[in-house]
Write a protein that binds this ligand. Structure first.
Ligand code: ZN
Length: 373
């Protein structure tokens, strides 16, 4: 009897939970298969870890890589016999079905584990898994969600349409984004005509700046400091993570599977979460530190970021719920930390000119604009 060399299985890329049917060839050195995209995969036996398929009735689960690794699930456990037969010593770390033990309840677990992250949610709960779940959400889904969140915030208030203002903000964004070569997000800034002194980052790169904050800035460097901080919240997926921690299971399953239907209601839920909750101290520190690094890479003087912190510190008694940086840590502490970081790696900065008077530019939005001319 010849050994069966081709087996049917399902491939998961580790980033989404979208299954791909594959035909797996058992070869002497490893497993080979081709994805729908045409990409040819070869997994040497030494790089494969068998994480499931030791008990009767269980599917065989093979993982490749680290972290949220690539996975093959093979329903027919006899593939293990073929792997042993063909791979020999190289495949000796795979379980041999001849030594199977019977444990029926594992079949139930196996069915759940077909969706590995959902299984993990049931086992450990959502909060401790917010990181890996966020990492598994496809960027395309996050971007669609972000667009809906942005719409939730900009519907009632008027969006500032002044072309001069928008062009100026675009030029600041261009300068900030230039050093970031590999970017998964297309950033977009919307200025909302509202007196709130606030700015926020919706998932997927949709930044929202409220007029109140814009008018509080005294230089393009100050606005660049705020934008750099918000860009890093997006890059670090802080908003997405906060949303994952606080929304329903249905949302998470839809997000992981890339299911776009019903996005509108999720957009509302997500916007509410972003508005009502604040980031952790750790997340704010990260966005500060990496925001500072971004300013430095772009050659923009971080003094603007720090002077804006000073201004916020002065308003610290202001109890407005919309105050920017309303979260811990206190702004003075954050400012001191940034100053230390900056002086440790100080450099020469060119003055940032937007080609026109800043005070005039920042006032181009909203009811107060144009009145003093
Ligand atoms: Zn922040």
């Amino acid at each position: 009897m010849t050994t069966q060399t081709t087996w049917k299985g399902t491939f998961y890329d580790g980033r989404s939970l979208i299954p791909q049917a594959v035909s797996i060839f058992v070869e002497q050195t490893g497993l080979t298969f081709q994805l729908a995209s045409g990409i040819h995969q070869h997994w040497p036996y030494a790089q494969i870890q068998q994480t499931q398929g030791r008990y009767s009735g269980e599917e065989v689960r093979l993982e490749h890589g680290t972290g949220l690794c690539e996975t093959l699930v093979i329903p027919n456990a006899n593939i293990l016999l073929a792997i042993h037969e063909i791979g020999r010593e190289e495949a000796s770390h795979f379980h041999h079905p001849g030594t199977r033990r019977k444990r029926v309840y594992w079949t139930v677990a196996a069915a759940l584990a077909a969706l590995p992250i959902v299984y993990a949610i049931f086992t450990w709960g959502v909060p401790s898994l917010a990181g890996p779940i966020t990492a598994a959400i496809p960027i395309s889904w996050e971007t669609k969600l972000g667009k809906f969140v942005q719409q939730e915030f900009t519907e009632e208030d008027e969006v500032c349409q002044d072309p001069k203002l928008n062009k100026t903000i675009e030029s600041i964004m261009d300068r900030l984004l230039k050093p970031m070569n590999e970017r998964s997000y297309q950033f977009q800034v919307t200025v909302v005509d509202s007196p709130m002194v606030n700015a926020m980052a919706a998932p997927g790169g949709y930044l929202i700046v409220f007029r109140g904050l814009l008018q509080d800035t005294d230089s393009p460097e100050e606005l660049a400091g705020v934008l750099a901080h918000e860009i890093q919240h997006v890059m670090l997926r802080h908003g997405m993570r906060l949303i994952v921690q606080h929304v329903s299971m249905a949302f998470i399953i839809a997000a992981l599977s890339g299911d776009a239907s019903g996005m509108l209601s999720y957009g509302f839920q997500a916007a509410q979460t972003l508005q009502a909750l604040s980031y952790s101290r750790e997340a704010e520190n990260q966005a500060d530190e990496q925001g500072l690094a971004l300013l430095q890479q772009a050659g923009i003087n971080p003094e603007g970021m720090m002077s804006f912190f000073d201004k916020l510190g002065e308003d610290e008694e202001d109890s407005s719920p919309f105050r920017y940086f309303s979260t811990h840590p206190p702004t003075t502490e954050r400012r001191d930390h940034l100053e230390d970081l900056e002086s440790a790696n100080s450099m020469h900065y060119r003055e940032f000119s937007v080609g026109q008077d800043w005070e005039m530019t920042r006032d181009l939005c909203g009811t107060e604009s144009g009145e003093n001319e």
